[in-house]
Design a protein around this ligand. Structure first.
Ligand SMILES: [Zn+2]
Ligand SMILES: [Zn+2]
Length: 356
């Protein structure tokens, strides 16, 4: 929003109705905001301010004003752009549940991001700056591993060079924070390592050991039968060098190149994740939305930790986390089960301790 924060409440209420309508939300929801706008207009500014300031039910006593519209009006009267509207603008008009918004607010970072070192579109520094502007305290840089040649996966030598660049960048970021120019922010080192066909991880163990956080994902032979995929995934989960199981089913739900879920025994895989303290990723990419809700519920029931990540390949994609939060909230994910709701120190403590 670039409008000055002095607009009357009815302007915000109508703007919300417009955005909901454009996003094909049900008309009763749209109408609730238009009706509230009409009520506010009939009342006039003075009477509205008097009611809002007064004791008792105040605004809620008016017909057509409910909890959400009341909050919008109060925020507008306080000279703020209403939170509900800000969220709608951020999600292209999709309304967001309070629970999902609270989960998003609890997140301190993003554990799955790519840079132009592999198949991302932007330098590491740009990803870091945008993540910092979104309010994050850290991102885990998780570029691809050697066997994913189509994504320019990093050889051991390139990964070592990347670690040097990250160290230099972190010095710069720390200087900016110390000078008061920006809030504290760190790029944590990491990788999205391929889970190879035999379940081994596609990078030297000593190198994996040096990284702050390791995401491991299946990218090849996604259609192997469950009797092969299950042991492949179990072998990876049992590997002490990985921390997060990335986009669990590999499905693609949008676009021309859709892809079905890979087949495996979910109860066995999630039980192993819970046993080994491996976090199950909620991948927020709109074309992935992985795992599907029925599997995410299974993971929650199994007691798994969760990481809500964007798998961003460009800076703007770092803002996709809210979609993952919506699915996580719908499946009963509590903030205290989410590893990236911890601060950087807490996240590192988890990854170090679980690797023994
Ligand atoms: Zn991946
Ligand atoms: Zn990725």
């Amino acid at each position: 929003m670039t409008e000055p924060a002095t607009l009357p409440p009815s302007v915000y209420l109508r703007r919300i109705a417009f955005l909901l309508e454009r996003a094909l939300e049900p008309s009763y929801r749209v109408q609730a905001f238009r009706r509230a706008a009409a009520v506010v207009d009939r009342l006039g500014a003075e009477e509205l301010a008097r009611l809002a300031a007064g004791p008792g039910a105040g605004l809620r006593a008016l017909p057509g004003i409910g909890e959400v519209t009341e909050r919008v009006i109060r925020e507008a009267l306080a000279g703020e752009v209403p939170v509900y509207l800000r969220r709608l603008e951020a999600t292209g008009g999709r309304p967001v549940s309070e629970g999902a918004a609270a989960l998003r607010a609890a997140l301190r970072g993003d554990c799955h991001t790519h840079s132009d070192w592999s198949d991302g579109g932007s330098p590491i520094a740009e990803m870091a700056e945008v993540a910092r502007a979104l309010g994050h305290e850290y991102i885990v840089l998780s570029d691809h591993s050697p066997s994913l040649t189509v994504a320019n996966g990093l050889s051991p030598e390139r990964l070592l060079a990347q670690l040097d660049e990250v160290a230099r960048l972190n010095e710069r970021l720390a200087d900016q924070a110390a000078g008061g120019a920006a809030p504290p922010f760190r790029v944590l080192t990491g990788i999205e390592v391929d889970i190879l066909e035999d379940g081994s991880l596609d990078q030297e163990p000593e190198l994996l050991d040096r990284l702050d956080v390791v995401v491991a994902s299946v990218h090849s032979k996604l259609r192997m039968p469950a009797r092969e995929m299950t042991p492949r995934m179990l072998a990876a989960v049992a590997n002490p060098h990985m921390d997060i199981l990335g986009h669990v089913t590999g499905r693609i739900v949008r676009g021309r190149r859709g892809r079905p879920e890979s087949q495996f025994h979910p109860e066995a895989v999630f039980a192993a994740c819970a046993d080994h303290g491996v976090a199950v990723e909620v991948n927020a990419r709109p074309e992935r939305q992985d795992p599907p809700k029925r599997l995410l519920r299974l993971a929650v029931e199994a007691g798994c930790l969760v990481a809500i990540d964007t798998d961003a390949h460009a800076p703007g994609q770092l803002d996709w986390q809210l979609g993952g939060c919506e699915r996580a909230f719908a499946c009963g994910v509590d903030p205290d089960r989410v590893v990236n709701a911890r601060d950087a120190a807490g996240l590192l403590e988890w990854s170090r301790r679980r690797r023994g």
